[in-house]
Design a protein around this ligand. Sequence first.
Ligand code: COA
Length: 371
Amino acid sequence: MDQMISIIGTGQTPFGEHWDKSLHDLIADAVQSAIEAARCTPLDIDMVIVANMIGERLSGQAHLGALTASLLPHHPPALRVEAACASGAVAMHTACALLESGKAQTVLVVGAEKMTDATNEEVAAALMGAADSEKDAPAGITFPGLFGLVAQRYMHEYNLSREDLSCVSALHHRNAVGNPYAQFRKEISAEEISASALIADPLRLLDCSPVSDGAAACILSTKFEGPVRIAASQLATDAVSLLDRPSITSFRATKTATERALAEANIKLQDLQAIELHDCFSIAAVISVEDMGLAEPGTGVQLYKKPDGNLVLNPSGGLKACGHPVAATGVKQVIEISKWLQNNNLRWGATHNFGGTGATCGMHILERHNG
Ligand code: COA
């Protein structure tokens, strides 16, 4: 980063079922908390970027840039970005690019999704917009189905057992117990996970991130300083359809984004002390730690069976236990790592947010300093 980009204010709604709140309400709540916490006034915000994936389909609402900017007295310029479940990371990346270019000095980034008012069928169909509509969707498959195929293949290649896979959600649920914003704040045992309802073989209910409502807002600035800065912001992409990948047990975009982010921050992987990673399904967490280089192929689950004392994975509870209002996730991850570094006096953390079956990946590296 050529510019010092600081996180100067954050806010979020709890993730979960908000049957009494609309998409508009969730955005307004998150923005208000971020502004109240911020080291600037609303009038200092000179750009608004909103991440949202399925507002048109599930709430009949597009045009979220201007809608969100209308919460500020001076109606600053605004835009909305969409990259499936990676929309939040893409919004953060867009904000960083605008800040680095000097086009803006203080940017409000908001990620929001309202999902629980729709039926399961409507949600599953809307989420399939993240897959290839010509190659994947005609088979009638859903996202649990796509990741079920990935899990089948991974188990075949590496002999991963059902019992070991269950360690992933168990750890994420344990981490969520103390998180007041998490959708599920209860511990679950590996046995309960293995015995939960079958969703898409071999994935069970407790391997899956839930359907969630929620919003997260983060104010970034080159003008005002905060205790945590964005040290790297990188995106990478891959083929959207699994049919076009040489392997479905490794996601190339994660590898590329991680390498680029570490180079940009000028640190080693081992310097990272906390990572919020994209565990939309338990198998995705296993593959992600391998693709980031934290474990050899086929051994990722070991980080869940015997956690490394020097690295915390998904302190928020991750997508599985904290919840996954899809476009809000990438922004929430940045908020979580920013707070985790401050509360635990740590220096380096990262966020890993992908869309679809890993076709877009955003990596951000955060550094706590004495701002
Ligand atoms: N984790 C933990 N508990 C869950 C859960 C989850 N993922 N999903 C639902 N529950 C709980 C509910 O709270 C409910 O508990 P209750 O009976 O005490 O109220 C119970 O399990 C049944 O919930 P229900 O809503 O009937 O489940 P469902 O069968 O309709 O939906 C899934 C379960 C897994 C199909 C749904 O959560 C899903 O589609 N998840 C994946 C979403 C997705 O694809 N996101 C994009 C990723 S790329």
